[in-house]
Design a binder for this molecule. Structure first.
Ligand code: ATP
Ligand code: MG
Length: 423
């Protein structure tokens, strides 16, 4: 019979990989908490309309990347391709938006893309969203916070920051008119996708990957020349705050982002180490979205951080901490007819050493074969309960990696030793 395989672009996370993910998740969550962000959870499945109305009908995501299907009632549902829309929906529904909120979430997102390194069909994001604050102070805070994240992960020299201002909706409308009339005169030089977008979503042409279109755009009218005073001032103050905080950045006027809801500040943290999948964290301001989804006008800013790409980058940058390889700190073996003592000793140690990762050998076997397993577990310590230890209420502590002499101690004293040496 043919074996059933996972769906293309949807990966399992095997236990050898999960410690690195946990390290990353704990680091990010810890950092978000230190900036006053609170966790929000919402479903992976939403009404299709939510994503159409927020991300925009004429975007890659909505046009060709969504997992959309009819449920048994004939209702159109979509697996979330990103988190912002669902987060806004949940906040609005939960009555959270009458005051400022700093929120985060994490979980799987789904996009029907061509799978490759750093690009999957089920991928995972951390998202952070702030509601009710106009910025640019909070825009800057987000960038300072992500900057700190790279430092804590040892990635600071592997990523750089690109920022741009997309202006207000009015600014963009003025610019769109100027861009479209300029491009229309040269539409024979546009690639097919871009020509189609001339009518539907001309700003997206700016981030076309097509080389001819790219070349043509070098001389096109610039969005920065069409920004109104409010946008110019917002962007100026953002840059001043980043300068003051010592966060380096490049202004990239081509940065437009693939989702329609963004305005004013947009940003991407980019690495050169992952080829075309170089954006590890991306976001911006979306002051119009809450209202667009039926809520009161509410300023908002947020970002998404791709966990798979960060894992790849940690590897590429050789920034994976050594401690991650080890599954357990101590491995307890029993020699002779000592099963009951093995259990009471292990449980006593778990009570007294609350952070110790202690694995008890199960399944019997000779002392030698048990010690082999202890060694293979990469534990720092072997803890041995033989018949003498069982009778005396002691345990033998053997240092598997260092030079410390073997010691037989009452269990409580062994616990104190373990806590002091922090294996
Ligand atoms: P890209 O330009 O690489 O397609 P995007 O602009 O579509 O990215 P966003 O929607 O801004 O990406 O999502 C935020 C982050 O999520 C990205 O910067 C990236 O790190 C990650 N990401 C997006 N799509 C994928 C995917 N298909 N597989 C893995 N990670 C992804
Ligand atoms: Mg994309």
């Amino acid at each position: 019979m043919m074996k059933i395989r996972s769906i293309r672009g949807m990966n399992d996370l095997l236990p050898d990989q999960s410690p690195l993910w946990q390290y990353l998740e704990e680091t990010v969550q810890g950092l978000l908490a230190r900036y006053g962000y609170r966790e929000i959870r919402f479903p992976v499945l939403e009404q299709t309309e939510l994503f159409k109305r927020s991300i925009g009908e004429v975007t890659d995501i909505v046009e060709k990347e969504m997992y959309t299907f009819l449920d048994r009632n004939g209702e159109s549902l979509t697996l979330r391709p990103e988190g912002t829309a669902g987060c806004v929906r949940a906040c609005e529904q939960g009555g959270l938006l009458n005051q400022a909120q700093r929120l985060w979430y994490r979980g799987p997102m789904f996009r029907y893309e061509r799978p490759q390194k750093g690009r999957l069909r089920q991928f995972h994001q951390f998202g952070a969203e702030v509601f009710g604050l106009e910025g640019p102070d909070v825009d800057a805070e987000m960038l300072v916070m992500t900057h700190r994240l790279w430092q804590e992960l040892g990635l600071a020299s592997h990523v750089h920051l690109e920022i741009n201002s997309l202006g207000t909706a009015d600014d963009r409308a003025r610019y769109r008119a100027a861009l479209v009339s300029w491009l229309r005169e040269r539409s024979d030089r546009l690639d097919e996708d871009s020509r189609r977008r001339l009518d539907s979503n001309p700003l997206r042409i700016l981030d076309s990957k097509h080389p001819d279109t790219q070349a043509l755009l070098a001389d096109a009218p610039r969005l920065s020349q069409h920004l109104g005073d409010e946008s110019v001032e917002h962007f100026r103050r953002l840059r001043a705050l980043l300068d003051a905080a010592g966060v380096d950045y490049q202004v990239n006027e081509r940065l437009v982002r693939g989702l329609d809801y963004y305005g004013k500040t947009v940003f991407e943290w980019v690495t050169g180490s992952l080829g075309a999948q170089g954006t590890v964290c991306a976001g911006g301001r979306y002051d119009g979205l809450v209202e667009q989804l039926g809520g009161k006008p509410t300023p908002a800013v947020g970002f998404g951080l791709g966990i798979e790409r960060l894992v790849l980058l940690l590897d590429a940058a050789q920034a994976v901490p050594d401690s991650i390889a080890r599954q357990v700190d101590a491995y307890l073996v029993g020699v002779g007819d000592v099963q009951a003592a093995v259990f009471t000793t292990a449980e006593r140690l778990r009570t007294l050493c609350p952070v110790l990762r202690l694995q008890t050998h199960c399944g019997g076997g000779s002392f030698k074969s048990q010690m082999k397993k202890a060694d293979r577990s990469a534990a720092a310590l072997a803890l041995i309960v033989g018949e003498d230890e069982a009778a005396a209420g002691t345990v033998t502590v053997k240092d598997l990696r260092g030079e410390r002499p073997q010691q037989t101690l009452p269990v409580d004293e062994a616990a104190a030793l373990i806590n002091n040496t922090n294996p």
